[in-house]
Design a protein around this ligand. Structure first.
Ligand code: CO8
Length: 259
């Protein structure tokens, strides 16, 4: 399938999605969101793909937000539909059965910051900038930024960022726990792939179950979260990976998962 604004590369079990509208700093218009939606289905259904990396094209932007030109004349109903659609696509990323790494290579603003937050892990280049500048446009974050940012960094800092529209650099983003690593731009994709490969040496089923337990647990109370964890834990014992992992340990050899 050919897409206008999204590229999909696949190599050695790792899929790389590149948001590719460099002239608009990779801003998300409706077409790009739709393409991302379709590409995510391809990634989900491709058994060879174990880990997904999402980045932006060029050296300036990851994604500079939702497309302001496209939004400027929306009716309230159209705005609601656009917001709900973006939320749905980002939720698909969050619920993907495979781990997703955001490799943030520049501006991650508004919808771009929200896209990165839907990913499981964020690493960023030194030139990256994060922010939710929507209040400066007379709107609020609409692709789950009001929901995920406070969950990730706490309400005080999230409100400060959303109410001021301030941009922060990757060192600051690292300090507040929004991202887990800062690297040179030239090393960004290699670093993301290194992380992906480390995960690929482990049990993919176990990672997928851990992802579900974490995601669902973060959305509920501790007791319900613990029940979810116990269920997923028990499910591990129905898999060949659990047997292989434990036998390999006792035989003092590396496990061979996914047989
Ligand atoms: N939408 C559309 N076009 C954009 C966007 C954007 N978000 N960001 C940049 N562009 C375009 C510019 O218009 C410009 O196009 P042109 O060359 O045709 O004039 C081109 O990209 C290059 O941008 P600049 O010349 O502005 O580059 P600078 O280096 O001077 O500045 C910035 C870079 C600081 C990133 C600047 O472009 C900027 O502030 N961009 C907008 C950032 C922003 O406000 N993002 C939030 C948008 S709102 C949002 O994301 C809400 C999400 C939820 C939506 C819910 C639906 C209702």
């Amino acid at each position: 399938m050919d897409f206008n604004n999204v590229l999909l590369n696949k190599d050695d079990g790792i899929a790389l999605i590149i948001i590719n509208r460099p002239k608009a700093l990779n801003a998300l218009n409706y077409e790009t969101l739709k393409e991302l939606d379709s590409v995510l289905d391809i990634v989900e259904n491709d058994k060879e793909i174990k880990v997904l990396i999402i980045t932006g094209s060029g050296e300036k932007a990851f994604v500079a937000g939702a497309d302001i030109a496209e939004m400027s004349n929306m009716t309230p109903l159209e705005a609601k539909k656009f917001s709900l659609y973006g939320q749905k696509v980002f939720r698909k990323i969050e619920m993907l059965s495979k781990p997703v790494i955001a490799a943030v290579n520049g501006f991650a603003l508004g919808g771009g910051c929200e896209l990165s937050m839907a990913c499981d892990i964020r690493i960023a280049s030194k030139n990256a900038k994060f922010g939710q500048p929507e209040v400066g446009l007379g709107i609020i974050p609409g692709f789950s930024g009001t929901q995920r940012l406070p969950r990730l960094i706490g309400t005080s800092k999230a409100k400060e960022l959303i109410f001021t529209g301030d941009m922060i650099n990757s060192d600051e983003a690292y300090k507040i726990g929004l991202i887990s690593k800062v690297v040179e731009l030239s090393d960004l994709i290699e670093e993301a792939k290194k992380l992906a490969k480390k995960m690929m040496s482990k049990s993919q089923i176990a990672i997928s179950l851990a992802k579900e337990a974490i995601n669902k647990g973060m959305e509920t109370d501790l007791d319900t979260g613990n029940t979810i964890e116990a269920e997923k834990f028990s499910l591990c014992f129905t898999t060949d990976d659990q047997k292989e992992g434990m036998i390999a340990f006792s035989e003092k050899r590396a496990p061979k998962f996914g047989k």
